[in-house]
Design a protein around this ligand. Sequence first.
Ligand SMILES: [Zn+2]
Length: 437
Amino acid sequence: MQDALVRLAVYTGGLASLMILFPIVGVEPLEQEVARVSREIQSATTFFVQSITVSEILIDYQNAKIAGSSTTTSSYSSKAARAARRKAPSAEKVSILIVPGHEPGMGGTEFGGLYERDIAIDISDSLVDLLKQNPRYDVIVARTKTEWNPLLQSYFDTHAAEIAAFIESQKQQMAGYIATGRFTLESDQVSHPSAPSAAALKIYGINKWTSENNVAITLHLHVNDYGGRRSRRSGIYDGFVVYVPDHQYSNGEASKAIGMAIANRLSAYHATSTLSKEDVGVVEDRELIATGSNNTADGAALLIEYGYIYEPQFQKSRVREVAIADYAYATYLGLQDFFNDPVAPTYGSISFPYDWDTVTVADGATGPGVYALQSALRYLGSYPPRGKTFSDCPVSGVAGKCTQKAIAEYQAAGGLETTGTFGPKTRAALEKDLPTP
Ligand SMILES: [Zn+2]
């Protein structure tokens, strides 16, 4: 992750939520305190009490008020969330904040005349359309291409000093927990450049605002890049990654469960990032402000990097629209899986069924039809072709050897002549294998 993600260079720490409290007596020898803490950690598995848990969030979804029926049960355990619930009794749905990465007209990576901050808005628009069809969700979007949501903008404007003080106190507290061994720096992190402090203030501000306003899930949408790529050249990595908070943070458990569900759907049609440490698909991170560094977010918070900006599905203008809609769809499917309310029936991709008569697979042919064909072949088990990965043969919307080999395998499996070309018999077989769900 190279784009200007706001990240802390050093831990100087803090925490937003409730934690396991043991009286700390100033004169007590350090060893005893550490020993007691480690017992506490063993019994509770995490240091912070979870500010939001999977079961709480699932109950809220089940109890969400749909068109005037049923009542809502408050179940968040954090003080701030309970206060927000009292303050905002209309919060009878599962509140989701979508944060398209970076700022209006500013920040993020770019390649081939495309700006990450704009792609993020397009993915957000598609995702919000889907989320709004579900009456259990209350959806808020952080910004458009040109401005912040006025709710957030006014919060940034009127609470700047409070946000700065919040950051400072959280950092100081966290420094204490690290110094006494109560929070463990367990693993190396993917390195990211730190963002300018004005941007950091906004993202911390979003964390504070979501905690105060009982937002259950915050999704930060990004497109990836990495340090050291020559600006006019494609890079060597590809694939998606979902960042979630360190499991020791109070929003760790729920965020990770949601992240796993979304990654599961994304991985059905796309490569997992090939960058070292991102290649596990769902990556815990203690320093990303967006997911709640210094334990600053009470709600679940995830940061999704959908792919690297130079990948063809973003760069090819005729493919981009379907790819973006498909990424949004996979995200929605993942959320529904998490909530045990899956979308069914579904192929997991919205790119097909398709009018196959309009699709050609000559080398270099490109467009939504090729994207749909690659996805359809994937669904039927023939793409990527045998021995190849999604990194070798992505669902890119660009036809070539990968697609032709996959067609040949599909033909062989169905007892058709294995030409590798997309003729009438193969189209007919595909129609038959993939009825409208
Ligand atoms: Zn980004």
